[in-house]
Design a protein around this ligand. Structure first.
Ligand code: AMP
Length: 296
């Protein structure tokens, strides 16, 4: 496995790969766990070459967010990439990605707060602009045939889907299932911030979402009622917890492609995602499930 630090070196290496070869790409911010590894493994199975990027993207952090505290575990990340079958890791240093004369930012309608008033885009106004900008840069450098993203970040997947469609990107987006801990908590690099007490409580988000799935299966198809169900579940579970702060940021029921918030009776719950985000202590946790999973 090769580790490449500069755009110049990466270009040289990319040119060596025959244009017809299949290249799979997994972009990450490091702090790798089994969720990331599942994407790399899948890419390695489906492609001749697998390229992984590791870059903590400052453009998607607002002032006061956790940019400086974000887990940086490069040595163990590289060995996980190697074991999972990556051929190349692009881990740029310094100002390779955003030199001082950088001045182009990309926005998508999907990530815009106007599309969905309860979403990552609404609660972190510059977040998806930063995500879309770095991804377009990485896509144009890597020129992958397939790119692998996790369902855990469903809104990010919708942003990528729109980028690929609107900008005629010649690649296929493959969305992979959320990998969870044994107790249901969605794996996330940010889980490393949780105190032992917070870690015990963290699966509550997944439990609230699965309770909504159950309600839906039992015949509740009204978006307002389902959203309220999740809020009430979380309030009830967290109300007697001492010494840990919990702040629910949003509960969204939205179309799985467009991320538009859905109202009233749901026409097709198998196309509806239920997403929630909360602050548990100082850690931002997010999770989502399809309301009625369709097993393939
Ligand atoms: P990040 O390093 O957080 O930018 O994530 C890099 C990629 O890994 C994104 O496509 C994420 O959606 C994906 N990912 C993160 N956590 C998980 C998980 N628990 N299961 C599956 N994919 C994940």
């Amino acid at each position: 496995m090769k580790v490449v630090r500069t755009v110049l070196d990466f270009r040289g290496l990319r040119d060596l790969l025959a244009p017809t070869t299949s290249i799979g790409f997994v972009s990450t911010m490091g702090g790798l766990h089994e969720g990331h590894v599942s994407l790399i493994r899948r890419s390695a199975v489906e492609n001749r070459f697998t390229i992984v990027s590791i870059f903590v993207n400052p453009a998607q952090f607002a002032p006061g967010e956790d940019l400086s505290a974000y887990p940086r575990t490069e040595a163990s990340d590289l060995s996980k990439c190697n074991a999972a079958g990556a051929d190349v890791v692009f881990a740029p240093v310094g100002d390779e990605v955003y030199p001082s004369n950088f001045g182009t930012y990309v926005t998508t309608a999907v990530g815009n707060p106007a599309c969905n008033p309860c979403s990552e885009g609404a609660s972190r106004p510059t977040f998806f602009r930063g995500v879309a900008t770095v991804l377009i840069k990485l896509f144009s450098l890597v020129r992958p045939h397939r790119t692998y993203f996790g369902q855990k970040d469903a809104q990010q997947c919708a942003v990528v889907r729109q980028l690929v469609r609107d900008l005629w990107l010649d690649m296929c987006l493959i969305v992979c299932p959320t990998v969870r801990e044994a107790d249901g908590l969605a794996m996330s690099s940010r889980n490393a911030y949780l105190t032992p007490m917070e870690r015990q409580l963290a699966p509550v988000l997944f439990h609230a979402l699965t309770a909504a799935q159950k309600e839906c299966k039992e015949g509740v198809h009204n978006a307002e009622q389902l959203r309220l169900g999740v809020r009430t579940f979380l309030e009830r579970e967290m109300e007697n917890v001492k010494n840990v702060t919990f702040e629910l940021i949003y509960v969204s029921i939205c179309d799985c492609d467009t991320m538009k918030e859905l109202e009233g009776d749901l026409k097709d719950p198998s196309r509806a995602l239920i997403c929630t985000t909360a602050m548990l202590g100082k850690t931002r946790l997010l999770d989502n499930v399809v309301l009625i999973p369709v097993h393939k």
